[in-house]
Design a protein around this ligand. Structure first.
Ligand SMILES: Nc1ncnc2c1ncn2[C@@H]1O[C@H](COP(=O)(O)OP(=O)(O)OP(=O)(O)O)[C@@H](O)[C@H]1O
Ligand SMILES: [Mg+2]
Length: 262
Protein backbone atom coordinates (compact mmCIF):
# COMPACT_ATOMS: atom_id res chain seq x y z
CA UNK A 1 0.00 0.00 0.00
CA UNK A 2 1.16 3.51 -0.65
CA UNK A 3 1.47 4.13 3.09
CA UNK A 4 4.69 2.19 3.41
CA UNK A 5 7.69 2.06 1.13
CA UNK A 6 7.44 -0.91 -1.19
CA UNK A 7 9.91 -3.70 -0.57
CA UNK A 8 12.16 -4.19 -3.55
CA UNK A 9 12.28 -7.93 -2.78
CA UNK A 10 8.65 -8.32 -3.79
CA UNK A 11 7.76 -9.02 -7.38
CA UNK A 12 5.36 -6.73 -9.17
CA UNK A 13 2.67 -8.72 -10.92
CA UNK A 14 2.56 -7.95 -14.65
CA UNK A 15 -0.18 -5.68 -15.95
CA UNK A 16 -1.96 -7.48 -18.76
CA UNK A 17 -2.87 -4.25 -20.49
CA UNK A 18 -5.32 -5.91 -22.89
CA UNK A 19 -7.50 -6.92 -19.93
CA UNK A 20 -10.04 -4.59 -18.34
CA UNK A 21 -8.66 -2.84 -15.27
CA UNK A 22 -11.20 -4.59 -13.06
CA UNK A 23 -13.63 -7.44 -13.75
CA UNK A 24 -15.82 -8.72 -10.92
CA UNK A 25 -18.23 -11.65 -11.08
CA UNK A 26 -20.57 -12.84 -8.34
CA UNK A 27 -18.47 -11.43 -5.55
CA UNK A 28 -19.79 -11.93 -2.02
CA UNK A 29 -18.01 -10.83 1.13
CA UNK A 30 -18.57 -11.54 4.82
CA UNK A 31 -17.13 -10.20 8.05
CA UNK A 32 -16.87 -12.41 11.14
CA UNK A 33 -17.48 -16.10 11.65
CA UNK A 34 -20.13 -18.35 13.20
CA UNK A 35 -23.12 -16.51 14.63
CA UNK A 36 -21.40 -13.17 14.14
CA UNK A 37 -20.92 -13.74 10.43
CA UNK A 38 -22.39 -10.86 8.50
CA UNK A 39 -22.57 -10.51 4.74
CA UNK A 40 -21.65 -7.02 3.55
CA UNK A 41 -21.35 -7.47 -0.24
CA UNK A 42 -23.90 -9.37 -2.32
CA UNK A 43 -23.39 -10.72 -5.83
CA UNK A 44 -21.29 -7.82 -7.09
CA UNK A 45 -20.74 -7.76 -10.87
CA UNK A 46 -18.68 -4.91 -12.23
CA UNK A 47 -16.38 -4.10 -15.15
CA UNK A 48 -14.06 -1.12 -15.13
CA UNK A 49 -12.49 -0.52 -18.55
CA UNK A 50 -9.18 1.28 -19.00
CA UNK A 51 -9.33 5.05 -18.98
CA UNK A 52 -12.60 5.41 -17.10
CA UNK A 53 -13.16 7.51 -14.04
CA UNK A 54 -15.86 5.91 -11.97
CA UNK A 55 -17.43 7.34 -8.84
CA UNK A 56 -18.89 5.03 -6.24
CA UNK A 57 -21.31 6.47 -3.79
CA UNK A 58 -23.95 5.26 -1.36
CA UNK A 59 -24.96 5.51 2.29
CA UNK A 60 -22.54 4.98 5.15
CA UNK A 61 -22.00 1.30 5.88
CA UNK A 62 -23.12 0.16 2.43
CA UNK A 63 -19.79 -1.58 1.72
CA UNK A 64 -17.88 0.94 -0.40
CA UNK A 65 -14.58 0.79 1.48
CA UNK A 66 -14.83 -2.98 1.75
CA UNK A 67 -15.23 -3.28 -2.01
CA UNK A 68 -12.38 -0.84 -2.62
CA UNK A 69 -10.01 -2.76 -0.34
CA UNK A 70 -10.93 -6.05 -2.04
CA UNK A 71 -10.16 -4.57 -5.47
CA UNK A 72 -6.94 -3.16 -3.99
CA UNK A 73 -5.79 -6.66 -2.98
CA UNK A 74 -5.82 -5.57 0.67
CA UNK A 75 -8.35 -8.27 1.62
CA UNK A 76 -8.73 -11.89 0.61
CA UNK A 77 -11.56 -12.70 -1.77
CA UNK A 78 -13.94 -15.32 -0.27
CA UNK A 79 -16.35 -16.12 -3.05
CA UNK A 80 -16.72 -15.22 -6.70
CA UNK A 81 -14.17 -13.87 -9.13
CA UNK A 82 -12.22 -10.62 -8.94
CA UNK A 83 -9.70 -9.84 -11.67
CA UNK A 84 -7.44 -6.82 -11.39
CA UNK A 85 -5.28 -5.83 -14.39
CA UNK A 86 -5.80 -9.33 -15.79
CA UNK A 87 -4.86 -11.14 -12.60
CA UNK A 88 -7.41 -13.30 -10.71
CA UNK A 89 -7.25 -12.43 -6.99
CA UNK A 90 -9.46 -15.29 -5.78
CA UNK A 91 -7.16 -17.89 -4.26
CA UNK A 92 -4.01 -15.79 -4.71
CA UNK A 93 -1.29 -16.13 -2.06
CA UNK A 94 -0.63 -13.13 0.16
CA UNK A 95 2.80 -12.74 -1.41
CA UNK A 96 1.25 -12.46 -4.87
CA UNK A 97 -1.38 -10.05 -3.56
CA UNK A 98 1.48 -7.74 -2.57
CA UNK A 99 2.72 -7.87 -6.16
CA UNK A 100 -0.73 -6.83 -7.44
CA UNK A 101 -0.80 -3.89 -5.00
CA UNK A 102 2.32 -2.45 -6.54
CA UNK A 103 0.35 -1.63 -9.70
CA UNK A 104 -2.28 0.27 -7.74
CA UNK A 105 -2.22 3.81 -6.39
CA UNK A 106 -4.14 4.10 -3.12
CA UNK A 107 -5.54 7.28 -1.71
CA UNK A 108 -7.17 6.71 1.64
CA UNK A 109 -8.35 9.20 4.18
CA UNK A 110 -5.85 8.16 6.81
CA UNK A 111 -2.87 9.51 4.93
CA UNK A 112 -0.10 7.80 6.94
CA UNK A 113 2.72 10.15 6.09
CA UNK A 114 6.12 9.72 7.71
CA UNK A 115 6.26 12.52 10.27
CA UNK A 116 10.05 12.80 10.22
CA UNK A 117 10.24 13.29 6.45
CA UNK A 118 9.44 16.34 4.37
CA UNK A 119 6.63 16.37 1.80
CA UNK A 120 9.13 15.74 -1.02
CA UNK A 121 10.85 12.90 0.89
CA UNK A 122 7.50 11.26 1.61
CA UNK A 123 6.78 11.19 -2.12
CA UNK A 124 10.35 10.17 -3.05
CA UNK A 125 10.02 7.12 -0.78
CA UNK A 126 7.38 5.78 -3.11
CA UNK A 127 9.26 6.36 -6.36
CA UNK A 128 10.22 3.03 -7.86
CA UNK A 129 12.30 2.06 -10.88
CA UNK A 130 14.34 5.20 -10.54
CA UNK A 131 17.69 4.67 -8.87
CA UNK A 132 18.96 8.21 -9.27
CA UNK A 133 18.30 10.52 -6.36
CA UNK A 134 17.96 13.64 -8.52
CA UNK A 135 15.47 12.00 -10.86
CA UNK A 136 13.43 10.84 -7.87
CA UNK A 137 13.48 14.32 -6.48
CA UNK A 138 12.36 15.79 -9.82
CA UNK A 139 9.50 13.31 -10.12
CA UNK A 140 8.42 14.02 -6.55
CA UNK A 141 8.52 17.81 -6.85
CA UNK A 142 6.77 17.75 -10.24
CA UNK A 143 3.78 15.86 -8.92
CA UNK A 144 3.68 17.98 -5.75
CA UNK A 145 3.67 21.04 -8.01
CA UNK A 146 0.73 19.67 -9.99
CA UNK A 147 -1.13 19.42 -6.71
CA UNK A 148 -0.35 23.02 -5.78
CA UNK A 149 2.35 22.25 -3.21
CA UNK A 150 5.40 23.80 -4.95
CA UNK A 151 6.17 25.91 -1.93
CA UNK A 152 5.65 23.12 0.61
CA UNK A 153 8.04 20.43 -0.66
CA UNK A 154 10.44 20.86 2.26
CA UNK A 155 7.80 20.97 4.98
CA UNK A 156 7.20 18.10 7.36
CA UNK A 157 3.64 16.86 7.92
CA UNK A 158 3.37 18.55 11.33
CA UNK A 159 3.65 21.91 9.54
CA UNK A 160 1.08 21.10 6.88
CA UNK A 161 -2.69 21.51 7.05
CA UNK A 162 -4.99 18.48 6.79
CA UNK A 163 -5.74 19.25 3.17
CA UNK A 164 -2.05 19.70 2.32
CA UNK A 165 -1.19 16.37 3.96
CA UNK A 166 -3.95 14.75 1.95
CA UNK A 167 -2.41 16.17 -1.23
CA UNK A 168 1.03 14.80 -0.32
CA UNK A 169 -0.62 11.39 0.10
CA UNK A 170 -2.25 11.83 -3.30
CA UNK A 171 1.11 12.76 -4.86
CA UNK A 172 2.62 9.63 -3.35
CA UNK A 173 -0.14 7.46 -4.78
CA UNK A 174 0.25 8.94 -8.27
CA UNK A 175 4.01 9.32 -8.59
CA UNK A 176 4.61 5.84 -10.04
CA UNK A 177 1.89 6.31 -12.65
CA UNK A 178 -0.10 3.24 -11.60
CA UNK A 179 -2.61 1.97 -14.19
CA UNK A 180 -5.30 1.68 -11.49
CA UNK A 181 -6.02 4.30 -8.84
CA UNK A 182 -8.36 3.64 -5.92
CA UNK A 183 -9.45 6.60 -3.84
CA UNK A 184 -11.62 6.65 -0.73
CA UNK A 185 -13.07 10.11 -0.11
CA UNK A 186 -9.96 11.86 -1.52
CA UNK A 187 -11.49 15.32 -1.32
CA UNK A 188 -13.10 15.04 2.12
CA UNK A 189 -10.36 17.03 3.87
CA UNK A 190 -9.99 19.59 1.09
CA UNK A 191 -11.55 22.98 0.51
CA UNK A 192 -13.59 23.50 -2.64
CA UNK A 193 -10.70 24.76 -4.79
CA UNK A 194 -8.18 22.07 -3.74
CA UNK A 195 -10.84 19.37 -4.11
CA UNK A 196 -11.55 20.54 -7.64
CA UNK A 197 -7.81 20.63 -8.49
CA UNK A 198 -7.42 17.04 -7.28
CA UNK A 199 -10.30 15.69 -9.34
CA UNK A 200 -9.24 17.69 -12.40
CA UNK A 201 -5.80 16.08 -12.14
CA UNK A 202 -7.42 12.65 -11.83
CA UNK A 203 -9.58 13.31 -14.86
CA UNK A 204 -6.48 14.30 -16.83
CA UNK A 205 -4.72 11.08 -15.77
CA UNK A 206 -7.68 8.98 -16.86
CA UNK A 207 -8.14 10.69 -20.21
CA UNK A 208 -4.56 11.41 -21.25
CA UNK A 209 -2.79 8.40 -19.75
CA UNK A 210 -5.60 5.83 -19.95
CA UNK A 211 -5.58 5.20 -16.21
CA UNK A 212 -8.61 3.75 -14.48
CA UNK A 213 -9.83 5.56 -11.40
CA UNK A 214 -12.38 4.30 -8.91
CA UNK A 215 -13.26 6.96 -6.40
CA UNK A 216 -15.59 6.73 -3.42
CA UNK A 217 -17.13 10.06 -2.56
CA UNK A 218 -20.02 11.73 -0.79
CA UNK A 219 -19.00 15.00 -2.39
CA UNK A 220 -21.71 15.77 -4.92
CA UNK A 221 -19.75 18.81 -6.16
CA UNK A 222 -17.36 16.53 -8.03
CA UNK A 223 -19.78 14.03 -9.60
CA UNK A 224 -19.41 15.78 -12.97
CA UNK A 225 -15.87 14.37 -13.56
CA UNK A 226 -17.19 10.81 -13.62
CA UNK A 227 -17.78 8.73 -16.74
CA UNK A 228 -20.00 6.52 -14.61
CA UNK A 229 -21.62 6.63 -11.22
CA UNK A 230 -22.23 3.47 -9.20
CA UNK A 231 -24.53 3.53 -6.21
CA UNK A 232 -23.98 0.86 -3.59
CA UNK A 233 -26.82 0.27 -1.11
CA UNK A 234 -26.77 -2.36 1.65
CA UNK A 235 -24.04 -4.29 -0.15
CA UNK A 236 -25.80 -4.37 -3.54
CA UNK A 237 -25.03 -2.37 -6.67
CA UNK A 238 -28.29 -0.49 -6.84
CA UNK A 239 -27.44 1.46 -10.00
CA UNK A 240 -24.58 1.79 -12.47
CA UNK A 241 -25.16 4.66 -14.86
CA UNK A 242 -23.35 7.04 -17.14
CA UNK A 243 -23.18 10.60 -15.87
CA UNK A 244 -25.82 11.72 -18.39
CA UNK A 245 -28.29 9.02 -17.40
CA UNK A 246 -27.58 9.67 -13.76
CA UNK A 247 -28.34 13.36 -14.19
CA UNK A 248 -31.63 12.69 -15.96
CA UNK A 249 -32.83 9.95 -13.61
CA UNK A 250 -31.96 11.58 -10.31
CA UNK A 251 -33.82 14.64 -9.25
CA UNK A 252 -31.09 16.87 -7.81
CA UNK A 253 -33.50 18.02 -5.11
CA UNK A 254 -33.76 14.45 -3.78
CA UNK A 255 -30.16 13.48 -4.37
CA UNK A 256 -28.98 14.11 -0.83
CA UNK A 257 -31.70 11.96 0.72
CA UNK A 258 -31.28 9.15 -1.80
CA UNK A 259 -27.54 8.87 -1.91
CA UNK A 260 -25.87 10.68 0.89
CA UNK A 261 -27.63 9.37 3.96
CA UNK A 262 -25.10 9.55 6.76
N1 LIG B 1 -13.35 -5.07 10.06
C1 LIG B 1 -14.68 -5.19 10.13
N2 LIG B 1 -15.27 -6.13 10.89
C2 LIG B 1 -16.60 -6.27 10.94
N3 LIG B 1 -17.45 -5.51 10.25
C3 LIG B 1 -16.94 -4.54 9.46
C4 LIG B 1 -15.53 -4.33 9.36
N4 LIG B 1 -15.30 -3.30 8.51
C5 LIG B 1 -16.52 -2.89 8.10
N5 LIG B 1 -17.49 -3.64 8.67
C6 LIG B 1 -18.95 -3.50 8.43
O1 LIG B 1 -19.18 -3.73 7.05
C7 LIG B 1 -20.16 -2.83 6.55
C8 LIG B 1 -19.58 -2.06 5.37
O2 LIG B 1 -18.54 -1.21 5.85
P1 LIG B 1 -17.73 -0.24 4.89
O3 LIG B 1 -16.64 0.35 5.69
O4 LIG B 1 -17.37 -0.99 3.66
O5 LIG B 1 -18.86 0.84 4.54
P2 LIG B 1 -18.74 2.21 3.71
O6 LIG B 1 -19.78 2.13 2.64
O7 LIG B 1 -17.34 2.44 3.30
O8 LIG B 1 -19.20 3.31 4.78
P3 LIG B 1 -18.70 4.85 4.97
O9 LIG B 1 -19.40 5.66 3.91
O10 LIG B 1 -19.21 5.18 6.34
O11 LIG B 1 -17.22 4.88 4.87
C9 LIG B 1 -20.59 -1.97 7.73
O12 LIG B 1 -21.77 -2.51 8.25
C10 LIG B 1 -19.44 -2.10 8.69
O13 LIG B 1 -19.90 -1.96 10.01
MG1 LIG C 1 -15.91 3.90 3.77
Amino acid sequence: MAASPASSATETSPDNSAAPAVQIRHLNYFFGTGELRKQVLFDINLDLPRGQIVIMTGPSGSGKTTLLTLIGALRTVHAGSLQVLGQELMGLSSRKLVGVRRNIGFIFQAHNLFESLTAAQNVEMAVELQPQFHAKRTQATEILGQLGLDNRVDYKPESLSGGQKQRVAIARALVNQPPLILADEPTAALDKKSGRDVVTLMQKLAKEDNRTILMVTHDNRILDVADRIINLVDGYIESDETLDTFNTTHDPKNLDQQMFIL
